[in-house]
Design a protein around this ligand. Structure first.
Ligand SMILES: [Zn+2]
Length: 267
């Protein structure tokens, strides 16, 4: 589904592009890759962004089907973008029935601010309402994107402040912690709101504590992630090794590597 510009960027940044294609066709091959990296369970991020990246709502059916090959190890994410389906709230319900476990929003690729419902976007309100009712977390991309056409104004973590107040039972995961411009905003929101969590994918593990010097204070609400196979993340295993090599206490590492995620998706 990739648009030519987005695909060209990905191909340019990935040495092993053919391997990614193979994994897209074969969950079995991907699970083997996870085994070699020492990964038990993986979250597969998918979202709808037809204009800038090329993904249509069909991505949800693909994600659900792919992860159904090993539901104990693969956690499917999907996306709902108002304007691309007749009834966004009903689409969330459909995703839940398909077995999709959470929704990813990508404000800079969707040209949509997380709090746009405050300006009358009823479709977006319906997405949050139905996600909350279905117990589906919402992961919101925060931080800059270099894909051609990305609108970075929408990627500021602070735009999620409204969401966490208006939907107090919705788990809101701030993807990438606002990196590299807005880490302070992300840290503040995780501390302020009981329902806001931090995802560290896309942050090079070696620089993690530089970006989040007080990470230990929010470790109980922090999730490990890599952003692989996004541009700039060569191997999952390398990220894990770099994370394990950091000076954080073992207990904190274990919390971030698995415990926080297990609290959100116990099975
Ligand atoms: Zn993202």
């Amino acid at each position: 589904m990739f648009k030519p510009d987005a695909l060209a960027l990905l191909k340019k940044k990935r040495a092993n592009f053919d391997q990614i294609i193979e994994f897209c066709h074969s969950p079995k091959a991907f699970l083997k890759y996870l085994d070699t990296a020492g990964v038990g369970r993986a979250v597969l991020i998918n979202y709808v962004a037809p204009k800038i990246i090329g993904f249509t709502p069909e991505v949800n059916d693909w994600s659900a089907k792919y992860c159904s090959a090993a539901p104990d190890r693969l956690i499917a994410f999907g996306g709902v973008l108002p304007g691309t389906v007749p009834d966004p709230g009903a689409e969330v319900d459909r995703l839940a029935k398909l077995g999709i476990r959470a929704i990813k929003m990508h404000p800079s690729h969707q040209v949509l601010s997380p709090n746009d419902y405050m300006d009358g976007n009823r479709g977006l309100a319906a997405v949050y309402e139905r996600a909350q009712a279905n117990g589906m977390p919402i992961m919101i991309h925060t931080g800059t994107s270099i894909f051609p056409g990305a609108r970075n104004l929408h990627a500021q973590p602070m735009l999620c402040d409204d969401v966490s107040i208006d939907y107090p039972n919705l788990v809101v995961i701030l993807a990438h912690g606002g990196r590299p411009l807005w880490m302070n905003e992300a840290f503040f929101l995780v501390r302020r709101h009981p329902n806001v969590f931090l995802d560290i994918s896309g942050i090079p593990p070696k620089t993690l504590t530089k970006y989040f010097p007080r990470l230990e204070e929010i470790a109980h609400k922090t999730l490990f992630g890599t952003d692989w196979p996004g541009p700039g993340v060569p191997e999952i295993k390398k990220n894990l090794e770099d994370f394990q090599a950091s000076a954080l206490p073992q207990e904190i590492k274990q919390q971030i590597l698995s415990r926080t995620a297990l609290e959100i998706w116990p099975e």
